[in-house]
Write a protein that binds this ligand. Sequence first.
Ligand SMILES: [Zn+2]
Length: 305
Amino acid sequence: MTDWDRVRRLMGEDGLSRLASAHVAVVGLGSGGGFVALSLAMSGVGRFTLVDPDELEAVNLTRHVADSRYLGQNKAEAVADLIRHRNPDAKLTVIKEDILKHPEALDGVDLLIVGVDGEGTKYRLNELCLARNLPALYAGVYARGEGGDVCVIKPYDGPCYACWAAELRDGMGDQTGEELDYGLIQENGALKGEPALWVHVTRVASAQADLAIGYLLGDSRPTPPANTLVMANAPLEIIAGQTTPAHSGVWVDIARDPHCLVCGDRLRMADEAMSLDDLADMMFSAPPDDQAHDTDTAARRLEDE
Ligand SMILES: [Zn+2]
């Protein structure tokens, strides 16, 4: 039996009941997502959809909320069991498959926590969120756990994940008049998967969980100063030429790209978010005298119109 006294005293009966009625989906129950799901349950969030196709392996034990008792079990199922021991009233839906096979799992959800690493899956989740007007919190941990970032993506209110990643994952644009310098990004835009300590992963995940609670509590919590928090676990050159000390961070506001191929204005006129495949289909079915033969040309035409 869980006694919620200390949470209730902090956020009041109203806040507690708001969290109890909230439905959060967590896609990817690894080191970060598992920590966020359990933390939200311990803060009073009452309903979860947990999605992960993978099983807990020995290599996960140094950085996962589930311990050796769960070896060989599905990660979403393991985290669901841990949640039951903290918040027995929580309503839990467990999906032990890829989210892309079950997009309907995101219907009616209030907030999505993205706990996957692959940029491809993040892009697909972005499209699913735009189609449902579903806000999402993405997090990434940098090489060796030296830092990480968390962003709040609200459909059509600020950048979508594609706009955001074009700025932060492909080399930082000119947000502050200074250039962000990571040197940690692979050619395909994904963060390098390298060893990192649990304390450093969960520091980023803790910020993701805290921002989630703030979002779910709404007006009663201060609005974050920007849509992206870049955190330094070790001294880190977040802004070129400046070293951000360990245990601190920098807030950065990433703007929406009005010409974004996923959330851009032109496409909203079609009254739904389009995938790049849809866009290609639309462009390639243009009148014969005006055929576009590559997406670059298609994008330019889109901007010209
Ligand atoms: Zn966009």
